[in-house]
Design a protein around this ligand. Structure first.
Ligand SMILES: O=C(CO)[C@H](O)[C@H](O)COP(=O)(O)O
Length: 225
């Protein structure tokens, strides 16, 4: 089975948690894509939900699939949000933001009763940090913010895409930071978010309700904190 099959298997298992009447948060990325596809199928079969997305691209996909979208202003809490991750540690803390949507994803995750993370098994790690941590920064004074990040012992790389600077849906930039092994993600997230030009970072600490991981044989593991 290839990685895409495993992403689809994990995504489809997570979508089973969605029931009639729920408010659903839609994640971003190649794994969340499969969840949105499956939600679209279930809506066509008669599932009655309302949803909001964590990125413009997921919103467009949901629209194409006929998933009923409502403005965030109309939502108090999400019953369920389903999203991918770049790394999941053994406490189910995450690195997210490989797809650049970490801020909106964190807003949705924080407002969700059940934040369900879908991954292929290769994303499960003992300790976070092999994947460079995405940090969303405002363009204003970016060089000064990058200097502050360097004081934390990293060499931040401002993300580019197709030869151009990558700009998030919020008009910001992403600085990818290799911290190496992150033993204490909670304290790192606090230190990063204290820097004035930092909007947020890709560490999701203590937010996960469940992880659905598909192993190389297609078997599914559900992990709970
Ligand atoms: O955080 C994300 C986007 O900002 C994604 O969930 C994360 O990068 C995983 O992506 P994929 O499912 O494509 O491997």
């Amino acid at each position: 089975m290839n990685a895409d099959d495993l992403k689809r298997i994990a995504a489809e298992r997570a979508v089973e948690w969605i029931e009639d009447g729920m408010t659903v948060g839609l994640g971003t990325g190649s794994t969340a894509y499969w969840a949105i596809r499956r939600i679209g199928e279930r809506v066509k079969e008669g599932l009655s939900i309302r949803a909001a997305a964590s990125s413009v691209r997921s919103e467009r996909l949901a629209e194409e699939l006929g998933i009923p979208l409502v403005p965030l202003e109309a939502i108090g809490r999400f019953d369920v949000t389903i999203d991918g991750a770049d790394e999941v540690d053994d406490r189910l803390n995450l690195i997210k933001g490989g797809g650049g949507a970490l801020l909106r994803e964190k807003v949705l995750a924080d407002a969700s009763d059940r934040f369900i993370v879908i991954v292929d098994g290769t994303k499960l790690v003992g300790t976070l940090g092999a994947f460079p941590l995405p940090v969303e920064i405002v363009p204003f004074g970016a060089n000064l913010t990058l200097n502050r990040l360097k004081e934390l012992g990293v060499d931040p790389i401002v993300r580019e895409s197709g030869g151009e600077r990558y700009v998030t849906d919020n008009g910001n930039w992403i600085a990818d930071c290799r911290f190496g092994t992150i033993d204490d993600p909670k304290s790192l997230t606090v230190r990063l978010n204290q820097i004035p030009g930092v909007v947020d970072n890709g560490l999701f600490v203590g937010m996960t309700w469940a992880v659905v991981a598909a192993g190389s044989d297609g078997g599914v593991k559900v992990l709970k904190p």
